[in-house]
Design a protein around this ligand. Structure first.
Ligand code: NIG
Ligand code: FE
Length: 407
């Protein structure tokens, strides 16, 4: 007997971003198609058809039905920037920050990323696997059906590789953030650390990861070091990403453009020249408003970027220090209230454009025939509640590759 098909029927609305061979920008970023009184028909792991209920003909064979009444369907959300492979937490540091200490001061005093490096090394491979699985389950509850996950809290060979395997085996898209910070054994000598990482870790990291990432910032890696790291990673076959312009502009945007990076992420400190350059390029600007909020920093100039013609994506930056937030719906709310993006622009930014950043836009990020059957059912009569319902229990049910995972 053939496998049953899944029919999600009588949906109040279905909302899906526009198609595109390249990341959406300009007016097409906000061009979400909305179908009222809709259905989604899934066959196996793929979407077979979507449309209006009144156009749905009789279905032959074995069909399992899911009641969409009072609910809206949007594509499974794609979180293209997370750091889920870590041990311990930073709740103590969070409390200190609440009392006035700054993130940069804590980092300079040996806390921050380096305290998570100690806890991550101590967690061991099993501990890391448990942590990534747990974080993945939190994300799924918020409607994230695909996540990218970075290493970068091991910074030694074994822990970096264990982090990448943990992300891959949890179903995530692994990124080697080998240049996140200089670990204590190389204190004060970022170049010596990069010599080690590129010689001892890159060959195996490139077998597991899809992309490489670097933290280009004062106190982390400078532009020359970032270039050396990224060029070596590109030669090993990895796509390129950068953490850039988070606190200060250090040349991340020109470097990303020159090297043909997929994205430059953060951009809280990006000025007019950076906006112009990014808008004229194919590099996606990934904005992370939960991170700016969590650190009490200025928001990235997302509206200006979109109006200038840049392609942007929206992600959580989930991590223990600067964004302990796995919720893309909250990021959509922040996108609307803080970044002045429309709900439609926010939806496209964390579905189809995020899928482009991960090199998966042919199968993820839209509700259309042939795409993977990743569907989020919102407890809402209008899909824009995704951004409107700030911090509420908006995700009612998640269908992952055609199977209901969460109800
Ligand atoms: O994207 N900026 C660098 N890395 C992370 C934060 C890491 C941490 O604080 O643990 C980020 O914000
Ligand atoms: Fe990050």
């Amino acid at each position: 007997m053939s496998e049953p098909r899944l029919l999600i029927r009588d949906l109040a609305q279905l909302a899906t971003p526009a198609a595109g061979d390249a990341p959406l920008r300009g007016a097409s970023l906000g061009a979400v198609e909305v179908i009222e009184d809709a259905y989604v028909l899934c066959a196996g792991e793929e979407i077979e058809a979507v449309g209006r209920m009144r156009d749905l003909g009789p279905l032959d064979g074995n069909v399992v039905e899911l009641d969409g009444r009072g609910r809206c369907a949007i594509p499974g959300l794609v979180d293209c920037h997370t750091h889920p492979a870590f041990g311990g937490d930073r709740v103590e540091e969070f409390s200190l920050r609440a009392g006035g200490a700054s993130y940069e001061e804590l980092h300079a005093a040996g806390g921050g990323i380096r305290s998570t490096v100690r806890a991550t090394r101590a967690a061991g491979e099993d501990g890391l696997r448990t942590a990534v699985e747990r974080h993945r389950s939190w994300m799924l509850r918020q409607g994230t059906t695909t996540f990218e996950g970075k290493s970068g809290y091991g910074l030694d060979r074994d822990t970096e590789l264990a982090s990448l395997r943990a992300v891959r085996d949890a179903g995530g898209v692994p990124t080697w953030l080998g240049a996140h910070a200089v670990p204590p054994e190389f204190e004060g000598d970022a170049d010596a650390y990069l010599d080690f990482a590129l010689a001892e870790v890159l060959p195996e990291a490139a077998e597991i990861a899809e992309a490489a990432d670097v933290f280009l910032e004062r106190g982390a890696f400078d532009a020359a070091q970032a270039r050396r790291y990224l060029e070596a990673c590109r030669a090993a076959g990895l796509a390129l990403r950068l953490h850039g312009d988070q606190f200060t502009e250090q040349g991340a945007i020109p470097l990303a453009i020159e090297l043909g990076a997929r994205s430059v992420d953060h951009l809280e400190a990006t000025g007019e020249d950076g906006v112009r350059a990014l808008a004229a390029s194919d590099v996606v600007g990934v904005v992370l408003p939960a991170s700016a909020l969590f650190l009490g920093r200025p928001m990235p100039p997302a509206r200006t970027l979109v109006d200038a013609g840049a392609a942007i994506a929206l992600a959580t930056d989930f991590n223990p220090g600067s964004s302990f937030c796995e919720s893309l719906p909250i990021c959509c709310s922040l996108a609307a209230t803080q970044l002045k993006l429309s709900p439609a622009e926010a939806l496209s930014a964390c579905t189809v454009n995020a899928a482009h950043v991960l090199g998966r836009a042919d199968s993820l990020g839209r509700l259309a025939p042939g795409y993977r059957a990743d569907v989020v059912l919102l407890d809402a009569p209008d899909w824009r509640y995704l951004a409107y319902h700030l911090g509420g229990r908006i995700v009612d049910e998640v269908v992952l590759a055609g199977a209901s995972e969460l109800r």
